[in-house]
Design a protein around this ligand. Structure first.
Ligand SMILES: [Zn+2]
Length: 263
């Protein structure tokens, strides 16, 4: 009886060991062949640089290394009183503001943002957001951001475009920052956004009808929030978001965009 139990246990242990060996061998085989499979996949379905059209190599995403190197970064995140912050002087008490890239008509940044907004290439926003997030983490003014809030798009516009481009940028920022993306606290309830020609008081009045806070916004109390837009021109839309968010106790708000054409 004892011998039988011993043999059974031994056989069981042996088969378990064998099973484990088979699994380990299989996993190592997969890890060894997955890279060539990915390479083969890329050979059959090449991915191209969104700027110059060259085939992307291993490790490259969205842009080739040359184009990524050519991105005209502003480095405003390292500079207090930078040109983006001056846009909001006398309007709203922004903690810190920055833009990732210089924007010039006909240049790479304009093309990339156009592809992001109007040609369904949301991955460009995620990619640039991730690069920008890495930069922001090097700044003491931005590296303690807890929550990332993309400027909300009206649901009708979002449905038409397929996604909110600012949400894509926020998705990329979230990948490289110690912060979470929040698309539930601040809601856009109306299409109207023509704030530019209004006086400060009229803007304040108008903002009440454009953006609303949801009950979930209570979790933003005492948080450092990063408001994200694709492009800041007059800053009036982001100002509206800012004004609504300041109704939350203890909130600290910073602002970023991918580019600023007015600078
Ligand atoms: Zn390129």
């Amino acid at each position: 009886m004892c011998a039988k139990i011993f043999i059974f246990k031994y056989e069981n242990a042996f088969s378990n060991k064998l099973f484990l060996k088979v699994i380990i061998s299989f996993m190592s085989l997969i890890s060894r062949v997955s890279e060539p499979i990915t390479d083969l996949f890329r050979l059959v379905f090449p991915v191209y640089c969104e700027n110059c059209g060259e085939t992307l190599h291993k490790g490259e995403e969205c842009l080739c290394s040359f184009c990524e190197y050519q991105l005209p970064q502003t480095h405003f995140h390292l500079q207090t009183d930078n040109p983006v912050e001056t846009i909001f002087w006398g309007r709203i008490p922004v903690f810190a503001a920055a833009t990732f890239l210089h924007y010039q008509k006909g240049e790479m940044v304009q093309q990339l943002i156009h592809q992001l907004k109007y040609h369904g290439k949301g991955h460009i926003g995620v990619y640039l957001g991730r690069l920008f997030g890495q930069q922001l983490m090097q700044s003491q003014r931005f590296n303690d951001v807890n929550v990332i809030i993309p400027v909300p798009l009206h649901w009708k516009k979002k449905k038409l475009r397929g996604y909110n481009q600012s949400e894509k940028i926020a998705e990329g920022l979230e990948k490289s920052m110690n912060a979470v993306k929040d698309t539930q606290s601040l809601l856009r309830v109306t299409h109207s956004s023509t704030q530019t020609k209004k006086t400060r008081y009229e803007r304040w009045e108008n903002v009440k009808s454009i953006f609303q806070l949801s009950p979930e916004s209570s979790k933003l109390e005492n948080q450092h929030v990063l408001l994200v837009d694709d492009v800041i021109t007059t800053g009036s839309t982001i100002e509206s978001c800012f004004l609504k968010l300041t109704e939350i106790n203890g909130i600290r708000i910073s602002i970023v965009s991918l580019a600023c054409p007015s600078i």
